[in-house]
Design a protein around this ligand. Structure first.
Ligand code: SF4
Ligand code: SF4
Length: 458
């Protein structure tokens, strides 16, 4: 018997003022359902916030990540595993989370007009079409068209058919209210087996209330996630004022992404535009990132069964000359047996191709702290202005080491932001971070004078 919580949902039009996490609410959808009663224990931005991941990880995967498995590129480190910039550096669990298998490079098959090659959509289709699940929670465009509406109006749906799932391909979410369909799931007796797709903050909240849904089987696909737009309007302004595309082309935009070549890629129906992201005006960068995303410390989505991302995948493949986001491989992180089962079913259905192991090369630490020190958002907090622009495409870390750079940079930047929110109280700020994020902050604070200096200014 499913228990139905007894409290009125919050109207989405009241966002963010009447939502418990206020300006740091990521609009995950939970509070727009009767499950709002669980918000104190589920919200990724209240109380211990993302530090809850440390306790939830073992329950979800059967074990915690091995935090002592952490890779540093500097020889000054006392870590257990060192990378000196060769081309075979493999993922460490401290940053990438519980690994049931190596992280794979993968491409989706037979999905037209996806944001990338359709890995997430392909797995969802395979699970639904092989009758492994009764419904899939995914984000779709409200208009069912490819074009600007895809990043303008992300809406959660309970997909029950191939056509439903295909509505989710190519969607570039602003903040995505994936949990808004919880009451619909709760009240539908035909749903006993569910596949939930979501970004980190949505997956954390979903995991917290998952047992209340009293389902027979639950699968979770996560995506890597950082720096989403607070609103669809902010996303449009970013494309218009930051990337500065022709205003007449805005309705042709199908997607954009901050890519591994340190450029923003914008895909339109008739062109493909790139712009170095360190040349973007600081004011634009600040307005285009939601405040929730500056308190986010789980870029790699540690609580999902399987995770799809791109930051650890090479953008240009050997001999192929591939540079577009929709032609490049993505990374596939399998965290447990459910994740392995999903990948296997998708491969059997020819919806997914595994292309080999994800590896990396190049030093990442100095670049991570230098990016923080030059970041327009950080500079706005500590009162300087600087823009970093140099030949990082050639010199920067590649593959898994680019992912390390990006993970460390976001943790360091977001720690500074959280410290500011906590009025400089380091103990309060650190309580909001999972253990691996605390370890990374500690490493840079001890080994990088520039980062330690930024902390001292807050
Ligand atoms: Fe509620 Fe989700 Fe916002 Fe937290 S992030 S306040 S759980 S809607
Ligand atoms: Fe949520 Fe974090 Fe993604 Fe922002 S960056 S939408 S807070 S998972």
């Amino acid at each position: 018997m499913k228990a139905i919580p007894n409290k009125m949902p919050i109207d989405p039009l009241d966002w963010p003022d009447r939502f418990p996490a206020k300006e740091h609410c990521s609009k995950c959808g939970l509070c727009e359902t009767s499950f709002v009663t669980k918000v104190k224990d589920a919200c990724a931005f209240l109380g211990p916030s993302m530090a809850r991941i440390d306790d939830m990880e073992e329950r979800v995967h059967g074990r915690n990540r091995n935090s002592s498995n952490i890779t540093w590129s500097s020889s000054s480190s006392s870590s257990s595993s060192l990378s000196s910039g060769d081309d075979s550096s493999e993922p460490d669990e401290a940053r990438f989370g519980v690994l049931h298998e190596p992280i794979w490079l993968a491409q989706g098959n037979r999905v037209q007009n996806a944001q990338w090659t359709g890995v997430v959509t392909g797995i969802c289709l395979a699970m639904l079409e092989s009758n492994q699940v009764d419904a899939v929670v995914c984000i779709a465009s409200s208009s069912n068209t490819i074009g600007s509406n895809n990043f303008a109006s992300p809406e959660p749906i309970l997909a029950r058919s191939t056509d439903d799932v295909l509505r989710g391909r190519g969607v570039k979410p602003a903040l995505a209210p994936s949990l808004r369909v919880l009451d619909e799931i709760q009240n539908d007796p035909s749903i006993r087996r569910l596949l939930f797709c979501g970004v980190v903050c949505a997956v954390q909240a979903f995991r917290a209330i998952q047992s209340d849904l009293d389902l027979d089987e639950v699968y979770v696909i996560g995506t890597n996630c950082a720096d989403n737009s607070p609103t669809s309007e902010a996303a449009r302004n970013f494309i218009l004022d930051g990337v500065q595309i022709n205003p007449g082309s805005i309705d042709k935009v199908q997607g954009y992404e901050f890519m591994q070549d340190f450029q923003v890629h914008v895909k339109t129906s008739d062109s493909y535009i790139t712009k170095p992201y360190f040349t973007l005006p600081g004011t634009i960068a600040e307005a285009s990132i939601a405040k929730s995303c500056r308190k986010c410390f789980d870029y790699t989505n540690g609580l999902a069964d399987i995770v799809v991302g791109y930051m650890g995948a090479p953008l240009v493949e050997k001999g192929g000359g591939v540079t577009r986001m929709d032609e490049s491989s993505q990374t596939l992180t399998i965290r447990n047996k459910r994740g392995a089962k999903m990948a296997e079913i998708a491969q059997k259905a020819s919806r997914l191709t595994i292309k080999g192991k994800a590896v990396g090369k190049g030093s990442h630490e100095k670049l991570a702290s230098a990016t923080v020190a030059s970041d327009a958002i950080v500079m706005a907090m500590v009162g300087k202005s600087a823009i970093m622009a140099f030949g990082m495409t050639r010199l920067g870390p590649k593959g898994i080491n680019f992912a390390r750079y990006s993970i460390d940079y976001h943790i360091l930047r977001n720690y500074l932001y959280t410290l500011k929110v906590e009025k400089g109280n380091e103990e309060s700020a650190r309580m909001k971070l999972p253990q691996n994020a605390r370890d990374i902050v500690d490493h840079y604070q001890e080994n990088d004078a520039e980062f330690a200096n930024l902390i001292s200014k807050i």
